[in-house]
Each structure stands twice: as C-alpha cells, then as structure tokens.
Design a protein around this ligand. Structure first.
Ligand SMILES: *Cc1c(COP(=O)(O)O)cnc(C)c1O
Length: 430
C-alpha cells in the first residue's frame, strides 16, 4: 500500500511501512532472521558502504523487519524517518549522541521516568555530557537554564509517574528561540494520544517496550525525526553539519537533507554503538501496533473510570490523574491531549507506607511489577521498590512518597479492576 496522507490512524497502524513480501507474497511481515545480505556484485557493495545507495548490509545497521517498524512508527508520529534500537534507554542515548559532545548539556524536565533521571544525572557524565533539571511549567527557568553548551531540551509528553502533561507547544517555542531541538519522550502517550511533532518537537523517542508493543513481551526503543530542524543554521551540531571522517568527508545534513538525523543514527549510531533492535522484537512490536488505537481507547476509558472511583473513596487521600476534572492540568489535557490523558497515575492511600504494602500484596488482578503500558493492569509502590534508595525528601519530590502507589491501568473489565482495588483497599485499611 502507498501511505498517502489521506489514510487515517487506524489504517496506518496496520499498513504503514508494510507490503506483501516480494519473494513469497507473505501477507504478514516476515521475521527476516538473518545477519547479512548478499551483495549483487562488488560495485553494489561499494555503493552501499559509501552510503551512495540505500540497502541492507548487516543487521547491526539495518534489517527488513526492523525497517517496516521504523517506517510505521515514523508515519504514525508524522516524522520523516525513524531508527529503532534495543530499548527505550538506548533510544535516549541514540537521540543525544549526534547532538552532544564533551562539555555539552541537555536541559531536562524534572518529571521523568526514574531510569531516565538516573541515566541523565549519573551515567551520561561518563561521556562528558550533563543534564540540568528544571520544572518545564516554568518557561523562564527553562530559558535561564539554556546556555551556550546546551544542545537539546528533553521532556515527556504524559510524564511519569503520572498526573502531569507537558505543554509541548510552549516548550518547543523556547527551544526554537535558542536554536536547539526539543526531544519528547512520547512513551506514555503514544502517537494515538499525542503527536509531539505537530506541537513543534524536533525528535520523538519511545520505549516501544510499553504501549506500542502492548503486552510486556520485548524491550525496544525508537527515535523519530521530524525532518524539520536546520542542523546547519549554527555551529552547534558538527556531527550533522561538518564533514564526517569515517565517510570520506561526507556531510550528513548537506547530503541527506531532512533525513540527516535518521541516516546518522544508522550509519554512525547503530554502526558504532550497536544498540540494535533484533527482528523478533520488531515482529512483536509490529503485531502490537496493529491494535494500538483500540487499546489506547480502552486504557483511557478504564483509567478515567477507575481514577474517578478512587477519588470518591474514603480510604484514598488523593488521585493524581490529568484526566480528572480536579487535576490542575485538566485545561491542558482538553487543549493538547484531546483523546485522553493516558492510563498512568498515582494515588495516595490513607495509612501510609504499611497500607500501601498491604494493598499491593492483596491485589489479585493487578500485578506488582516495575513496568507500565501492558494490556494487564500493573501497580508499584515506588517507596519500597524503585525509589527505595532515595531520602524521604527525594521520594516526595519524585511523586513517590511512602503513601503513594502508581498504577498502569490495563484493558481488562473496569468493573473487575474496581472490585479488585475495593477488596485490597479493605484489607489495607483494616
Ligand atoms: C520504560 C521507559 C523508558 C525506558 O525504556 P526501556 O525500554 O525500559 O529501556 C523511558 N521512558 C519512559 C517514559 C518509560 O516508560
């Protein structure tokens, strides 16, 4: 099928990037379980290695199954190209890699997935990079944090641990004015609920591990490029605008135009960092994406019902779900997240730490796991698990106080989930 702009989301989530297998006619995208690809002749091989012709060389760089997934996610996000890799965290490193160098920094939202906070505050220092964390609702603070060594602004659309949505348009304007790209982690929203590129983002990253795959089977990541950023407008992005020694002085931006970032991600990023997605993982994620819109609708519908039920319950202190009318972000949801505020939120249980532990232990349908975005409903008590090593003040700041649990609402029957929470809250408050 040719992916005309006239097709709707539900059509594109099934067809974009895929065509019947040219060799066999196989209708479903085959798993091309191969490491290497035979060159037609020596000239063909030379042209591929010189980036003069696009094709398959070796599966650390490209693979036909993974390529279908890349095109599908790029299409759903409204980008020009995408690079898949082995996990969401790999995607974040791969997104920053062409932009950063020793001494460079990224200005990042304080409201991020815990693992990203660790990656940005600790691990990237080993590359000579650093992160400055700011409250992205305070646009002046974002402007103040950007200095001459800042190479990107980073946020999540619907942010962890839930209950917060970012004003992407406002943040994109600040990044634009500074001549740097805005990178949006769109994992919790998915392109069904939010399309950051339409709001001005330059790059979108995903943990495909979560909603895109949708059933907790494989880890994966993806970086989507809007193709709209002028990498040559200033001297901040030499990896994309200056000659690349490893390709005989080729300049990525000059040669590949709007696809510069995507080509760099494959030809340098995957080639040398090797954080490659395998074709089995791409297959599972392709299957998942076929039902993305249907699942997201049910995730949101269930989350709305359950958040409202919890908010009205005496055993619960408060619920932070941006989809509730009581949320301070309700207006922003109405304006920028019209299809809903996702299915990730936290609630505070009267009785504090001990009640939370009892609640988690008593649930029967909800699974106690460190994951989100599964068809199954999931719960975690951050203070006794992922945020255990933090001080009480740090836990509080991260929205992971001792009295708070985070839920990722699945697509089961909402009434069953409510009954499960009801019986577990009864035990927790006994
Ligand atoms: C899970 C997650 C990540 C990390 O992804 P992995 O696939 O686990 O490496 C990054 N951002 C968000 C919002 C996530 O939920």
């Amino acid at each position: 099928m040719s992916d005309g702009p006239t097709y709707g989301f539900d059509t594109l989530q099934i067809h974009a990037g895929a065509r019947p297998d040219p060799a066999t006619g196989a209708r479903q995208t085959p798993i091309y379980q191969t490491t290497a690809y035979v060159f037609r002749d020596a000239d063909h091989a030379a042209a591929l290695f010189n980036l003069q012709e696009v094709g398959f060389i070796y599966s650390r760089l490209t693979n036909p199954t993974v390529a279908v997934l890349q095109e599908r996610i790029a299409t759903l996000e409204g980008g020009v190209g995408a690079v898949c890799c082995s996990s969401g965290h790999a995607a974040q490193i791969m997104a920053l890699f062409p932009l950063m160098g020793p001494g460079c920094n990224v200005v990042a939202s304080t409201r991020l997935y815990g693992g990203t906070v660790t990656q940005f505050s600790q691990t990237i220092k080993r590359f000579g990079w650093s992160a400055k964390f700011v409250d992205t609702d305070d646009l002046d603070a974002v402007k103040d944090a950007i200095d001459e060594n800042t190479r990107a602004v980073f946020c999540e659309s619907i942010a962890n641990p839930g209950g917060y949505v970012t004003d992407i348009r406002a943040l994109a304007d600040v990044a634009d004015a500074a001549g740097i790209p805005l990178i949006v982690d769109n994992t919790s929203a998915t392109p069904y609920l939010c399309r950051p590129i339409e709001q001005g983002a330059t790059l979108v990253v995903h943990s495909t591990t979560k909603y895109l795959t949708g059933n907790g089977t494989v880890t994966g990541g993806c970086i989507v490029d809007s193709g709209k950023f002028d990498w040559s407008a200033n001297d901040k992005f030499p990896s994309l605008s200056e000659p690349e020694a490893a390709y005989h002085g080729l300049k990525f931006h000059e040669t590949f135009g709007p696809l510069a970032f995507t080509f760099h991600g494959i030809a340098i990023g995957l080639r040398d960092l090797g954080m490659t997605m395998n074709p089995q993982a791409a297959h599972y994620t392709l299957l998942g994406i076929e039902t993305l819109s249907l699942r997201m609708e049910r995730h949101v519908e269930n989350a709305r019902k359950i958040a409202a039920w919890l908010e009205a319950d005496d055993r619960v202190d408060y619920v932070t779900y941006a989809g509730l009318p009581s949320s301070p972000y309700h207006d922003r949801v109405q304006a920028q997240y019209k299809k809903g505020a996702g299915a990730l939120f936290t609630f505070a249980v009267k009785g504090g730490y001990d009640a939370c532990v009892k609640l988690v232990n008593s649930l029967e349908i909800f699974s106690h796991v460190a994951n989100l975005g599964d068809a199954r409903s999931l719960i975690i008590h951050s203070a006794s698990t992922t945020h255990r090593q933090l001080t009480p003040e740090q836990q509080e700041a991260a929205g992971a106080g001792p009295n708070v649990v985070r839920v990722s609402i699945g697509i089961e029957d909402a009434d069953d989930l409510i009954a499960d929470l009801d019986q577990a809250l009864a035990k927790a408050s006994a």
